[in-house]
Design a protein around this ligand. Structure first.
Ligand code: NAD
Ligand code: IPM
Ligand code: MN
Length: 377
């Protein structure tokens, strides 16, 4: 019997509640398909940080590395300054494991309402591939006051290291700056992934997102790399959209999109919009993927602190992310069983959480999915 070792990091807010349902569903399909999961739980998040001062130590990363994949809830807590947990845990994981693809499907299921008039499931079905290691997310920047200062900034990545020495002279009271970095290798690998995904899924077109009309250096290079990679895939169409315009097209003509490849920050923003057109954040799944390494699966939403402990959050995004995880570890049939159960639950329309206008609890959704899975076994 195959044994899979999966790291489980429920995190903060609604994280533990939604992860519990995902785990329930994975356990149900593993029983049917005849494989075992060994869950290795990691306590990292706000409470652990407040108790111990640890965000995510080198030791924890080494332990995580012993797993095949990571199943992650959500991070973020109002008691802690914004950015501390987000950068210290979530981004640290994405960067440490060089999960350079953030795959976020945008798909409207039958039975789900979209706020877009006259659009149905056949109109909303595309994949966003968000670059996940570069851009303004490299986390370098600083602040300077009147006079002359020097700052030394460094980005250490699997692909390359880069250092900036900044001689700053300003007569403004205070300035703040943040540096974005793209590399040609970093662009190429995520663009190649996007075209390969189009080929694999029988999709026709890849659209690149940028702001090459203003941030001409970074996104000028992004465009150049995209043109170069696109030439290797003559059978796949390609085009560009400026990020402001694509938000309009997602609303007006979502049926135009097949695979959308975006730099990190724009990818973050447009996928919350993508979530809304497919029925809300409670339904938007994602994977942080390193095709050659350890990947991590999580819903795209955050810790929704106001719902903590209330058993009202929608776990479907987290369950869908579990299906992506199962596919990644080679359990294709189990993944399909999860997706079929989600699809059936949505068509049935009986078990709806608060965000979808119902009164079902988080755990009711998991229980119903398990019932549907067992019924079909
Ligand atoms: P959020 O995604 O947590 O929540 C925004 C709103 O969306 C919620 O108030 C809720 O109304 C709704 N929502 C989100 N998920 C839902 C679910 N599963 N079921 C029902 N409703 C749901 O975004 P936010 O309020 O901007 O951020 C809260 C915290 O989460 C912050 O600390 C932020 O940094 C963090 N965050 C973490 C992640 C992550 O872990 N990947 C992602 C985004 C935000
Ligand atoms: C997401 C979140 C994260 C991001 C934050 C919490 C670091 O918004 O997963 O979409 O910006 O990537
Ligand atoms: Mn986000």
């Amino acid at each position: 019997m195959t044994n899979h070792k999966i790291a489980l990091m429920p995190g903060d807010g609604i994280g533990p509640e939604i992860i519990a349902e995902g785990k329930k569903v994975i356990n149900a399909v593993s029983d049917i398909e005849g494989f075992k999961i060994k869950w290795n739980k990691f306590p990292h998040g706000a409470d652990h940080y407040l108790k111990t001062g640890e965000l995510l130590s080198e030791e924890a990363l080494k332990k995580l590395e012993k797993n095949e994949s990571i199943y992650f809830g959500s991070i973020g807590d109002p008691r802690i300054k914004p950015g501390v947990l987000e950068k210290g845990i979530l981004l640290k994981l994405r960067f440490y494991f060089d999960q350079y693809v953030n795959l976020r499907p945008v798909k409207l299921f039958d039975g789900v309402d979209t706020p877009l008039a006259n659009k149905t499931a056949k109109d909303i079905d595309f994949m966003v591939v968000r670059e996940n290691t570069e851009d303004f997310y490299v986390g370098i920047g600083g602040r300077a006051r009147v006079g002359r200062t020097f700052d030394s900034l460094e980005v250490a990545r699997e692909l390359y290291n880069v250092k900036f020495g900044l001689d700053i002279e300003t007569d403004g009271d205070e300035i703040a700056y943040q540096i974005g970095v793209l590399s040609s290798k970093g662009c190429d690998r995520v663009m190649k992934y996007s075209f390969d995904l189009a080929v694999k899924q029988g999709r026709k077109k890849v659209t690149a997102v940028d702001k090459a009309n203003v941030l001409t250096e970074m996104y000028g290079m992004w465009r150049e790399r995209f043109e170069t990679i696109a030439k290797r895939y003559p059978q796949i169409e390609h085009d560009f959209n400026f990020v402001d315009a694509i938000t309009m097209w997602f609303v007006k003509n979502p049926e135009w999109f097949d695979v959308v490849v975006a730099p990190n920050m724009f990818g973050d923003i447009i996928t919350d919009l993508g979530a809304m057109i497919q029925g809300g954040l409670g339904l938007a799944a994602g994977g942080n993927i390193n095709p050659e390494g350890i990947s991590m699966f999580e819903p795209i939403h955050g810790s929704a602190p106001k719902y903590t402990g209330m058993n009202v959050a929608n776990p479907l995004a987290t369950v869908w992310s579990a299906a992506l995880l199962l596919e990644e570890i080679g359990e294709q049939k189990a993944s399909e069983r999860v997706m079929d159960a989600i699809s059936e639950l949505l068509v049935e329309g009986k078990v709806r959480t608060k965000d979808r206008g119902g009164s079902a609890r988080t755990s009711d959704v998991g229980n119903e999915l398990v019932r549907l899975i067992k019924e079909k076994a």
